[in-house]
Design a protein around this ligand. Structure first.
Ligand code: NAP
Length: 283
């Protein structure tokens, strides 16, 4: 980050809580390396105050914000226009505040997940078989929308609260089915995604009958604290290929950065090394 001036372009991330977010560290490192006069900060609107917060940013107070738990659905509702993926997901992780007053919603979570799969499980093809998504929150919505767009023949959604999974199945249509337990859909899964918050902070991930998972299934965990979650450790013990949430975090941040600051992230920053150091330091 260079000196802040009257011309500095401001963007950020909004969530509750948000103080743990690694996004400011990453985006500010990219800004500095790219020589962009910009700054990326964290906003913590009150739990019940996101709509007022978003409307207050109309007409260019800030260029845009990433949106995290628990505001992704409200972010979409606050927007005037939305990308196909955000609309399909019913959730947005990026709001752009255009100078004409329009608020545009996008969802880069699903794109980040697919890019992470491509990077850490080369050759993985979402159209090769059904997906099993564990969880039915904001992150799951983005994952389902992206998997369907990438050609997954079916997406099985399994959630503690079955109602929420059923709601998503109804929303996305016949290619999506809701489950309460993952026993059956694990049998033919080409990819298994943990989109719950289970495992965050080092606890157990969602329980899966690993011995029934196909040997060629790819397993992805959106949780990245710790980097090697119990879920990924169990998948590896079964001999499955794994993809971590840190890669997804970086890969969803890249299109956000470009949309917010008008240039792609510079190639000379190793985002993974940067964020791993922050995670090890307890960031
Ligand atoms: P969310 O909207 O709050 O959804 C949380 C999900 O976790 C729900 O499906 C919830 O089930 C489930 N869950 C929570 N506690 C549970 C428990 N004790 N047992 C079983 N299920 C439980 O959160 P989100 O935005 O979807 O995020 C989910 C996770 O993905 C978070 O850890 C987040 O940090 C991570 N994430 C990572 C990235 C990345 O770039 N790596 C991006 C987005 C999100 P119920 O419906 O039953 O409550």
């Amino acid at each position: 980050m260079s000196a802040i001036t009257a011309r500095t372009r401001v963007a950020g991330v909004a969530g509750a809580p948000v103080r743990h977010s690694l996004s400011p560290l990453l985006h500010n490192a990219w800004l500095k390396a790219a020589g962009v006069d910009g700054v990326y900060v964290a906003f913590a609107p009150p739990q019940d105050g996101f709509p007022a917060f978003a409307q207050g940013l109309r007409r260019g107070a800030v260029a845009g914000i990433n949106v995290t738990i628990p505001f992704k659905e409200e972010a979409l509702a606050a927007a005037d226009t939305a990308s196909d993926l955000a609309r399909a997901a019913g959730a947005a992780n990026l709001l752009l505040f255009h100078e004409d007053g329009r608020i545009e919603a996008r969802n880069t979570d699903g794109e980040g997940m697919l890019r992470a799969l491509a990077a850490q499980a080369p050759g993985f093809d979402a159209s090769s078989g059904p997906a099993l998504v564990l969880g039915a929150g904001g992150a799951a919505r983005g994952a389902i929308a992206a998997l369907l767009e990438a050609g997954a023949p079916r997406v099985n959604v399994c959630n503690r609260t079955l109602d929420r999974a059923e709601h998503l199945a109804a929303r996305f249509g016949p290619r999506v089915r809701a489950w309460e337990r993952p026993d059956l859909p694990v049998l033919d899964a080409a990819v298994i995604v943990n989109a719950t918050s289970l495992g965050l902070g080092g606890g157990a991930g969602p329980p899966l009958p690993w011995d029934r998972a196909p040997a060629e299934a790819v397993v992805m965990d959106m949780v990245y604290k710790p980097l090697r979650t119990q879920f990924l450790i169990e998948a590896e013990a079964r001999g499955l290929r794994t993809v971590d949430g840190l890669e997804m975090l970086i890969r969803q941040a890249a299109p956000s950065f470009e949309a917010l600051f008008g240039v792609p992230p510079p190639a000379d920053i190793d985002a993974r090394v940067l964020l791993l150091a922050a995670l090890e330091a307890g960031g």
